[in-house]
Design a protein around this ligand. Sequence first.
Ligand SMILES: [Zn+2]
Ligand SMILES: [Zn+2]
Ligand SMILES: [Zn+2]
Length: 471
Amino acid sequence: MREVVDSDILRQGSFEFIRIHEQSTYTLELFMAYDSIIIDSGNRDFVEKLVRAVRTHNQPDVYLKPIFLLKSSKVEDPLIGNLIDGVIFSINQLEIIADYVRQILLRINDFVFAKSISLEAEVISRIIYLMVSRDKNELFAYLYLNSGLGYVYPEASIYFTPRDEHKLLNVMKTAEIEGLFTSEFNDRIYLCTNCETGILSYREVCPKCSSANSKAEDLVHHFSCAYVGPISDFQNAIDDELNCPKCNKFLNHIGVDYDKPALLHTCNKCGHKYQDYHVKAKCITCYHDNDVENLIPRTISNYYLTKKGRNIAYHGFISTSKDFNEIPGTVKFDVFKTMLEYEVERLKQNDATSNIAYLKISNAGELYSRIGIDRQKTLVTEMIKILRKNLRSSDFIAFYNASTLILSLNEIPTKIANNVLDDVVKLTATLLKKNFRNIEIEIDHHAQPLNTELSHEIQLQNLIKKFDQDA
Ligand SMILES: [Zn+2]
Ligand SMILES: [Zn+2]
Ligand SMILES: [Zn+2]
């Protein structure tokens, strides 16, 4: 082992690259001081370990660092290939990559990093930071041996151990529901019912004792006497001729004298003879022997980042709407939309005013990272409680995102609705002050009357435009 020495610091223009060999001693934090990492090694395992360690580090200044491989051949491994930024064949090529490094670092400069409240939101935002900093739009699945699923998403699977990689499929499903990615079918896989990994060994087994130890032989049907039996009954020890054990006739032509209607399996363990075998899939990870009918089918998709997804890098991603679904007193956003549609219909028959409104914590990013994940949920839950106390049961509330609530305040004048929201904002601020010193909460709110001339969709969009602009 040797320390990083002066000759491992390579300068190109205003950039400093740090060169790492297999013998180097370093901490990952050391990389923060440099613009890019050059891995000088042809050892695949060493490279993978280092690349994974960098990309899964908790500091953006480490995990987004440009990485180049200095070696004499191309990278065939899809995991390494997608996690590094390129290969150079000599250090004289630093000049060529300097501009690319500059582009990556400039993009990262514009990012906003916010603390996510759930593992899902955390993984989604890290995938997006990595992709957007490289101007990538595609998150593809590659067939991969060292993976719990048999498929790897290089920029995403690294956050999971092989045993947990199936969880990524749910995370990506959530990301798609949130409109951050679109997807395209790639393949279908089947997972172990016990541990949800996908490296399985398929065997034909005895339906009685499940042993894979069996022999198979043709079943022979002699037309003239109708005898059916395994081919061994027709064979002799001397020549290849077949003679019927029932009528002793010589079997000449297949299709004319006899045919082979099926395969007959004989179990070497229990002696059972059978034509229809079972198929079992033994899990290489947990050894569970699955009936194939019960395996868990999952779709492997290729994903494409949407414009909304790309924007995550510039605003941060605190939570998925799923994280708030279970907060009592609120309905899901989809349900809210349906209820709003009914309310607009109802107003057409009534001469009343109902309102659509929002409450937005405008300093949510800063606030949430200061009070921490658990207390954030408590704060939001308390705020909903205050709201529910001040609203009527016919009013309904949904989370639009982690910092914004959408409300429908029914059958009250708009002015009163705004007053109610004003009170709720004040009560929430007081509550927060009581629990957290030196932390201010800033809440914007606005209520406007529902219009019976416009569809609920358009009115909702107009409202969203209003608070998205305020941001
Ligand atoms: Zn298993
Ligand atoms: Zn058997
Ligand atoms: Zn016969």
